[in-house]
Design a binder for this molecule. Structure first.
Ligand code: GLV
Ligand code: MN
Ligand code: MN
Length: 436
């Protein structure tokens, strides 16, 4: 049994972490060094099988819940809920090898270091990977963790239909990950997620570790415009009901809106399909998505209202119908201040430059924050590039982040009280109230 000082000196093995990242990255590999493992696809199944094998090889107790979330638990000296880390291993279709995978595989590396050093923590530890974090195939994003915390009924999640027509519950069963552990799950004692930043802030600040303060609000909509397909050569502009024009005008409007609102506001039209999609036919139908995000809920609501008004105006002006469907809507989240402090202090004590910052991307930690003290650790992303095969983080930064995770997990698992244990007094969120 290692002494406290010996525990503080424990470090991850970067070579082992990198080897696992590369091996998992080779599953569903795509040109340019990235990978494509859309949730519940055959490649996602292969990635899951590999990580579960590693979990079992480390002697962890592996369970799968009814939405396909996977948990690997390491016993502590005492029982009770584990201190959990993790992330996701599904990717967008044009993903890099780090997004999500880095957090999960760093958790495994921590387990291996502790096993080698003969450390048994007071509380159990767990590494999780949550189903469909990306939401790229089945919206909303963070779906597995949302169901885990009781934010969406299991049946509703199973009935979600993906962009390729697949049903989530059927796909879970098909790939062998429709588990038996009930949802919602039992809240962990605390949750810490290590992740690449996926943006340019840390690199621009000279590198180091990010102590993540929260996650910005997310609004995803799908817009369907129905006009009239017609001849591209013979139809004068005044006769047109051009769904393609409305989609393009909305795309430009979204960019202008984000620029005008300023601050953290961003807006993206990421999917667009036109019908009949032919060179000489005025499009009769357009389906596209709008992703709006802001750390300020009031401004995000303003952006949504302005977009809705503009769509109404365009519909009247062009003589088309417009329907909007919400794919995802999550308010901004603030992480537990004790966990943010712990991440900041631990990273600094290991000699890192540390910066507090909010997350621009969505993460499972924002769902876990509803039921337990939660926080995140960021490492820099080269060029701020992510959701792209070129996504890269230097090995030294990966190792530094994983060392912070190791020490934060030890502090949480061995501490007298998990931070935020007094949440009932500080006012926990509604989901936490329901679950008590
Ligand atoms: C999901 O990871 C997102 O931020 O889009
Ligand atoms: Mn991610
Ligand atoms: Mn992602």
């Amino acid at each position: 049994m290692a002494t406290t000082d010996e525990r503080r000196r424990l470090r991850v093995r970067p070579d082992r972490l990198l080897a696992r990242l590369r091996e998992l990255g080779s599953v569903g590999a795509i040109p340019g060094g990235g990978c494509s493992r859309l949730a519940l696809s055959d490649d996602d199944r292969a990635g899951r099988d590999l990580v579960v094998t590693w979990m079992r090889d480390l002697g962890l107790d592996v369970t799968v819940d009814a939405v396909g979330n996977v948990f690997a638990v390491r016993t502590g000296r005492e029982g009770g809920p584990p201190v959990m880390c993790g992330s996701h291993i599904d990717t967008v279709a044009t993903g890099g090898i780090y997004d999500g995978n880095f957090g999960v595989l760093s958790g495994l590396e921590v387990m291996e270091v502790l096993a080698e050093a003969g450390v048994v923590t007071r509380r159990p530890l767990a590494v999780a990977f949550f189903t469909d974090e990306e939401g790229a195939r089945f919206a909303p994003d963070m779906l597995g963790s949302l169901v885990y915390v009781g934010g969406m009924a299991l049946e509703a999640a199973h009935d979600i239909v993906g962009i390729d027509g697949g049903r989530l519950g059927t796909e879970l069963d098909r790939i062998g990950y429709l588990g038996s552990v009930p949802c919602p799950g039992l809240p962990p004692a605390a949750y810490v997620e290590l992740h690449i930043e996926q943006g340019p802030v840390l690199e621009a600040a000279g590198g180091g570790i990010g102590a993540v303060t929260g996650v910005q609000g997310i609004s995803w909509q799908e817009v369907t415009v129905v006009g009239q397909p017609n001849h591209a050569g013979t139809t004068p502009l005044s006769y047109r009901h051009d769904a393609g024009y409305v989609a393009a005008a909305t795309t430009v409007f979204a960019r202008e809106l984000a620029r005008e609102l300023g601050g953290d506001q961003v807006a993206t039209v990421g999917r667009l399909s036109l019908h009949p999609d032919l060179v000489n036919v005025v499009p009769g139908r357009a389906v596209f998505t709008v992703d709006l995000r802001n750390t300020d809920e009031a401004v995000l609501q303003q952006a949504e209202a302005r977009l809705a008004d503009e769509l109404d105006r365009l519909a009247r002006a062009e003589g088309v119908t417009v329907e909007r469907r919400t794919l995802a809507r999550f308010e901004p989240v603030e992480f537990d201040p004790h966990v943010v402090d712990l991440v900041e202090r631990t990273a600094a004590s290991l000699g890192n430059r540390v910066r507090r910052l909010p997350s621009g991307a969505g993460h499972d930690a924002q769902m876990l924050a509803r039921v337990c003290p939660a926080g995140m650790i960021f490492v820099p992303s080269a060029g701020g590039i992510s959701h792209n095969p070129a996504e890269h983080t230097d090995p030294e930064d990966l190792a530094a982040g994983a060392d912070v995770l190791l020490q934060v997990l030890l502090a949480l698992a061995d501490g007298d009280d998990p931070p935020g244990a007094d949440r009932s007094r500080d006012g926990a969120g509604p989901a936490a109230e329901e679950r008590r």
